[in-house]
Design a protein around this ligand. Structure first.
Ligand SMILES: [Zn+2]
Ligand SMILES: [Zn+2]
Length: 119
């Protein structure tokens, strides 16, 4: 094995960084779930309902991706119940923004300044 140093960036081989993590909304309790891989069946973290999943390629194909995003210029803010660690903890809410053009979900901090925001 060959050891190299951080100063040799130009000489290094390249690797692809694969984005992992998928989000899905539970139709029963509207909890936003995160999974690291797509499986045939997923379970809601909050209400433990089980759902069959659509293949990931299919979901991408049905998105309205006609416009070039980012920047996401038409976003809608959604407020979600955040996952509780125990039932004694108070419920926390978090806000997520949905791009109305491409259907992508982004953090509220990531909304472009020029975007038209609906809530
Ligand atoms: Zn649920
Ligand atoms: Zn977009």
């Amino acid at each position: 094995m060959l050891l190299n140093s951080k100063t040799d960036v130009e000489k290094m081989e390249h690797v692809d960084i694969i984005a992992s993590g998928y989000e899905w909304d539970c139709p029963n309790c509207e909890h936003l779930n995160l999974v690291i891989e797509v499986t045939d069946v997923v379970e809601c973290d909050e209400c433990h309902f089980l759902y069959a999943t659509n293949p990931a390629e299919h979901a991408v194909g049905t998105r309205k991706a006609a416009r070039a995003c980012p920047p996401h210029l038409h976003v809608k803010i959604h407020t979600k119940l955040y996952a509780r660690q125990t039932h004694d903890m108070p419920a926390e809410y978090t806000q997520k923004a949905e791009c109305l053009d491409c259907g992508e979900w982004l953090d509220v901090e990531d909304i472009p300044e020029q975007a038209e925001v609906k809530s």
